[in-house]
Design a protein around this ligand. Structure first.
Ligand SMILES: *[C@@H]1O[C@H](CO)[C@@H](O)[C@H](O)[C@H]1NC(C)=O
Ligand SMILES: *[C@@H]1O[C@H](CO)[C@@H](O)[C@H](O)[C@H]1NC(C)=O
Ligand SMILES: *[C@@H]1O[C@H](CO)[C@@H](O)[C@H](O)[C@H]1NC(C)=O
Ligand SMILES: *[C@@H]1O[C@H](CO)[C@@H](O)[C@H](O)[C@H]1NC(C)=O
Length: 383
């Protein structure tokens, strides 16, 4: 090695050391910057930290605790940035082609962090996409044709029973989540719920009654179990009938008045399936008529509503015995009142079709980030 080579090598080493030093200093500076921004972020969240935690946190950073922290614009922006961004749920098609109107889930159901949209331009940003079964075309030609973003979840949504749902062969291995009235869906959303009565909800009073048994039916088909049962039942008790089938159509306004004026309401489902208990049940409960039900077995109903809130046709060997029981309750006020005891503590709430489903679906996607595939929708739902 001659002298010039040695000096060249020395130069190279010096420059390298210099660059490394610069890099280290830069990294250090950067990390303190990060630390600082993290700290300002935490500052904003003090309101949410209990006083005790707040104290130890602030002592660590030589600050003092005050219960009133003024949030200036800069700090609010910092806190917003650090919050998890809203989960976007894209409603790909309106159910039955009818918009249900988008309102914030936070004001409607106190579900936070959700952004619902029907803007297909947001497809690539959407965390979830919701598809209504009835509106999916058999060849899937109205499904998204773009490649699906890796983390996006597709949700199969359907509130009809298998009897009234056409199977589409191509749906296996396509969706990530299911949402329906069934408890074993990923996002079960029943047609209604019994919830605790809050302070604001007034004490329940039974509406005035001038009819015994009522039934409103628009789609009548003589082959259904409910039609057979009705034909037998009317031989023993008077039933006030309404709806298109009886040439006595009822509009939304009249509906509540009619149902509330009946002691009993025939909440007869059009088909019998596990968990398939519909608005026919929850409407009667909400309005204040005692539901007489045809549907899945009593035990299944009792997963949704209190056992003393309804009468199941299976509780009686035949329609005649049911008619006798209803007649007895008509004559004995005290016995009839027992069907209203649950209302001292609870209220019946109807699910708001579409909006409420979308909000619960979005909430689920927000909370559950794991990989999931619906392998065999066909045998799960129709099997
Ligand atoms: C923090 O406080 C806000 C407003 O009071 C509230 O909406 C939020 O749920 C709280 N967060 C936590 C984690 O407690
Ligand atoms: C916090 O601020 C409110 C209104 O700005 C005031 O009424 C309250 O007395 C303050 N509390 C404390 C502990 O300073
Ligand atoms: C139904 O009501 C009519 C008159 O309102 C009455 O004549 C008839 O006996 C009643 N039928 C039954 C089965 O109670
Ligand atoms: C959703 O399901 C599809 C179809 O099986 C699958 O390719 C995709 O990886 C799944 N995505 C998530 C986030 O689970």
């Amino acid at each position: 090695m001659d002298k010039t080579t040695i000096s060249k090598t020395t130069k190279t080493i010096t420059v390298t050391i210099f660059l490394m030093a610069c890099f280290t200093i830069y990294m250090y500076y950067d990390s303190t910057k990060n630390l600082f921004s993290k700290f300002t972020g935490a500052h904003v969240q003090i309101n949410n930290i209990s006083t005790k935690n707040c104290l130890s946190f602030l002592k660590m950073h030589n600050y003092e605790c005050t219960s009133n922290i003024t949030l200036d614009k800069h700090l609010i922006a910092t806190s917003k940035e650090q919050e998890e961004p809203d989960t976007i749920l894209l409603i790909w098609m309106w159910p039955f082609g009818t918009s249900f109107g988008l309102r914030p889930c936070s004001s409607a159901f106190k579900i936070h962090g959700c952004h619902l949209t029907n803007d297909r331009g947001l497809f690539n940003q959407a965390h979830g996409v919701m598809f209504h079964h009835r509106d999916i075309s058999g060849d899937l030609s109205n499904m998204p044709q773009l490649p699906r973003p890796a983390l996006q979840k597709w949700v199969w949504w359907n509130m009809e029973s298998p009897t009234n749902t056409n199977p589409i062969p191509l749906l296996n291995d396509l969706f990530n989540l299911t949402s329906s009235y069934r408890w074993d869906s990923d996002i079960p959303v029943p047609y209604g719920r019994i919830t605790e009565r809050t302070e604001e909800e007034k004490k329940y009073t039974i509406p005035k009654k001038d009819k015994l048994v009522c039934w409103i039916v628009s789609h009548y088909s003589p082959d259904l179990k409910r039609s057979h049962y009705y034909t037998e039942l009317v031989k023993f008790i008077n039933v006030s009938t309404y709806g298109r089938h009886f040439n006595n159509p009822v509009n939304d306004k009249e509906y509540s008045n009619i149902v509330s004026s009946c002691k009993f309401y025939l909440s007869f489902e059009n088909s019998i399936h596990r968990d398939y208990v519909t608005e026919k049940l929850f409407n009667a409960l909400a309005i204040g008529a005692v539901p007489v039900v045809i549907g899945p077995p009593r035990e299944n109903y009792e997963l949704f509503i209190p056992s003393k809130a309804f009468i199941h046709v299976d509780d009686f060997p035949s329609p005649k015995e049911l008619a006798d029981h209803l007649t007895l309750l008509d004559q004995n006020e005290e016995l009839y009142m027992q069907y209203f005891t649950w209302r001292e503590r609870f209220v019946s709430k109807r699910t708001s079709f579409g909006l409420e489903h979308a909000c619960w679906i979005c909430d689920h996607i927000r909370r559950n980030k794991h990989y999931k595939v619906v392998k065999d929708l066909r045998s799960w739902f129709w099997g």
